[in-house]
Design a protein around this ligand. Structure first.
Ligand code: ZN
Length: 281
């Protein structure tokens, strides 16, 4: 199960010199094959494009609030008592506060990937005038617990919330999953909005990320689950993105490279923007 592997207690060390070297190597190769499009997009702002972008952004997107939730945290692994405490997961059930997440075979940790991508998404959204709230901004703390992560979105009355993760299946499977709750405490109208957010995110992931829909879980890159507290407890539109499988060589090469992470971050940001623009019509 993806959840099990994603949330399994990782035995890996956090970023070592070995993983940094591997990441740099992966970055070099991925940059050669996949970085061009991303770079061109982000730096090609002709005056015409800039005007078009600014005029479409200001009325629709400014004033919107988005919560980004980078899964897990760097300190989770060394604070097992804290992250194993039970917290509400909605509908009278409980689960553990958080888990350590998965890691690539070379030690590159999911919690690090999640924060790197979320920070890039934050920058992209802020460039469009969107207010961004992060559930964590460093990679050395513990938690916050999954119920608190949901509450941050709820309390902000966020227009959209997105949890960002990497999965840890076996090496044979690859691809992304966009996960939504079977039902949230926000009710059916909120669930419908989460479904719209899921579809928007799926579209941009397919066209921009360089990753395929998951070959090992869900249906064509979509998944509906009832065991994720952060989604169950949300009263705002929310999805969880498993960006790729960190145990798969192809996925992890992309996920470890700055150019690959830029593509993933663009896919997430553009999915959110498409959803926000859709919702305001
Ligand atoms: Zn995770």
């Amino acid at each position: 199960m993806a959840l099990t592997s994603c949330q399994a207690t990782a035995s890996a060390n956090t970023a070592s010199e070995a993983s940094a070297t591997a990441a740099a190597s992966a970055a070099a190769s991925a940059g050669a094959t996949t970085g061009t499009g991303t770079t061109a997009t982000s730096t090609s702002a002709s005056p015409k494009a800039a005007v078009a972008s600014a005029s479409s952004a200001s009325p629709t997107l400014s004033g919107k609030t988005v919560v980004l939730d980078p899964g897990h945290n760097g300190g989770d692994e060394s604070h097992t008592a804290q992250i194993n405490q039970l917290v509400p997961m909605g509908f009278g059930k409980y689960k553990t506060c958080d888990t350590t997440g998965t890691n690539a075979d070379d030690g590159y940790a999911e919690h690090q990937f999640n924060l790197q991508v979320a920070t890039s998404v934050e920058n992209l959204l802020e460039q469009r005038g969107i207010k961004v709230i992060m559930t964590r901004t460093n990679d050395t703390g513990v938690g916050p617990c999954v119920d608190v992560r949901a509450a941050i979105g709820n309390n902000a009355h966020a227009d959209a919330a997105v949890s960002i993760h990497g999965d840890g299946f076996d090496a044979s499977g690859h691809g992304f999953q966009i996960i939504q709750a079977a039902k949230s405490v926000g009710g059916t109208a909120n669930d419908a909005r989460s479904n719209t957010l899921s579809e928007a995110m799926h579209t941009t992931f397919l066209s921009e990320s360089g990753l395929t829909p998951s070959t090992y879980i869900g249906t064509d890159g979509y998944e509906v689950r009832s065991d994720l507290a952060g989604l169950n407890l949300s009263t705002v539109p929310k999805v969880l993105v498993e960006c790729g499988n960190m145990k798969n060589p192809g996925d992890v090469a992309l996920m470890e490279s700055p150019a690959g992470r830029d593509r993933i971050a663009s896919a997430i940001a553009d999915g959110i923007i498409a959803f926000l623009e859709q919702g305001s019509k």
